[in-house]
Design a protein around this ligand. Structure first.
Ligand SMILES: Cc1ncc(COP(=O)(O)O)c(C=O)c1O
Length: 451
């Protein structure tokens, strides 16, 4: 490794960082992470912190998962790459596809389309949905409806269903035919409704209204995260997603569950859809499928979609979508090892228990600190604090204050993620009770330092 002065001197000088202003990276150079062990990371100065971000919602098994490292290394020795485009396959990807069909059997998602990450999974899902309707003779079903505050990646199709202006404005015009309804976000919503169940009803009414306005026969799919993640961790009322499913089915609209964050245990259920008792038509996965050890993803397809394609005799079902790295054997080897570890360790159960512990800790902090306007979570290991400079008006906190807080929490031994006014927490699912308490303690220390 290069020596530390070289790294600091060149930090952000010759690369642009995603999701920030290039000038900001130069003025506030990023923390240089040089190591990871268990649930901890270490920076170039040797400062060790609990990674309460879990990489980027993806390192569910932590940084020392030997079986995954060994599987990758072994696969590299045997076959580092071969394409799965028409006419060829590889042994690792076949094995993985069978394992995923078993894992997603409760949702009836039995076919995988492999990708290199979450944006890819979303992009291909949008394309396959339109194609599905064309195969069935409903070529007019081309539009998408999704939730405001939703995040689905930054490819142009997926970004068009994103529900946050940040990811949209500088890149418009985006894909035509994408419409949005209010998110079930109790802290701020156009209905001024703080009761989750009643708010869910308002959002559902907005969905029905939008479908009627657009014409049901023009809509290909509704897209949603079972719990909105990057938008600030927004769990809907339990009635919401099942009712969305019913509305979609009644109108011939497919349901795409974007589970790039929520698949593989994060919510305390094995998937977010399963957590709410819903079977989507397509589920987009990535992140924890390989735990960050290899860039990889899969769009999982229901039997009905699969059979429509497979039984097509008109040639309309030729899948003219795919990536060089679709079905990458090293990614497949990593995913097989991750899935085995994920199941063996029952990380969903730990996510549920530690998630409740974390949520209760955050609620206690809200009682102590005025700056916390809202605490969200309570469904596994995904939580957020929304900070405000005034609880009465809900005015957002000043960016300088939240930067100061971020640094203070880091100094207290925990890496958290800041997104607008939100402190987002998504630690590895293998975290134990002591480290969960340590996260709460570091937040406490950081918040106290603002006084
Ligand atoms: C719900 C959701 N969908 C899609 C994506 C995009 O995934 P990727 O960054 O792997 O392209 C993300 C990334 O955070 C996500 O949270």
């Amino acid at each position: 490794m290069k020596d530390e002065n070289f790294l600091k001197a060149n930090n952000a000088r010759h690369m642009w960082h995603p999701m920030t202003h290039p000038a900001d990276s130069l003025m506030n150079p990023p923390k240089i992470v040089t190591g990871g062990k268990g649930v901890r990371i270490v920076d170039v100065d040797g400062h060790s912190t609990i990674d309460a971000v879990g990489g980027l919602w993806n390192v569910n098994l932590g940084y020392s998962c030997e079986p995954v490292k060994q599987a990758i290394s072994k696969q590299l020795d045997v076959l580092p790459y071969y394409s799965t485009f028409r006419g060829t396959s590889n042994d690792a990807i076949i094995e993985l596809s069978v394992m995923l069909a078993e894992f997603f059997e409760p949702e009836n998602l039995t076919r995988a389309f492999f990708t290199s990450g979450g944006s890819d999974s979303m992009e291909v899902a949008l394309r396959l949905v339109r194609q599905f309707h064309k195969i069935r003779g409903e070529a007019g079903r081309v539009k998408f409806i999704s939730l405001k505050k939703g995040y689905h990646g930054t490819h142009t199709g997926a970004a068009s269903v994103n529900g946050n202006a940040n990811f949209r404005l500088q890149y418009e015009p985006l894909m035509a035919g994408c419409y949005h309804i209010p998110a079930p976000y109790t802290y701020r919503n156009p209905f001024n409704e703080s009761d989750p169940e009643r708010l869910a009803q308002h959002c559902l009414a907005a969905l029905e209204d939008e479908i009627a306005f657009q014409g049901a026969g023009t809509i290909a799919a509704f897209v949603m995260e079972p719990i909105l993640g990057a938008g600030g961790v927004i769990p809907p009322h339990p009635s919401f997603m099942p009712a969305v499913r019913e509305i979609c089915s009644r109108n011939g609209i497919l349901l795409i569950a974007d589970e790039v964050i929520t698949a593989f245990g994060r919510t305390g259920g094995w998937t977010g859809s399963r957590h709410w008792g819903v079977k989507p038509d397509i589920m987009c996965t990535a992140k924890a499928i390989t735990n960050g050890y290899f860039p990889f993803g899969a769009a999982m397809l229901s039997d009905e979609i699969a059979e429509t394609f497979e039984n097509d005799k008109a040639g309309k079902a030729n899948v003219a979508s795919g990536y060089t790295y679709s079905g990458h054997p090293v990614g497949a080897a990593a995913a097989i090892a991750c899935l085995k570890e994920t199941l063996r360790l029952k990380v969903n159960e730990n996510a549920a228990a530690r998630g409740t512990q974390l949520h209760n800790g955050l609620l206690a902090l809200k009682d102590k600190y005025e700056i916390i306007g809202d605490v969200r979570g309570g469904h596994g290991l995904m939580s957020a604090l929304e900070l405000t400079s005034d609880r009465a008006t809900k005015a957002p906190v000043a960016p300088a204050t939240i930067s100061k807080l971020h640094e203070a929490i880091y100094r207290a031994g925990v890496m958290v993620r800041i997104s607008g006014p939100n402190v987002i927490l998504s630690p590895p699912l293998v975290i134990d009770a002591a480290d969960t308490n340590a996260i709460i303690g570091a937040l406490d220390e950081g918040l106290a330092s603002l006084a």
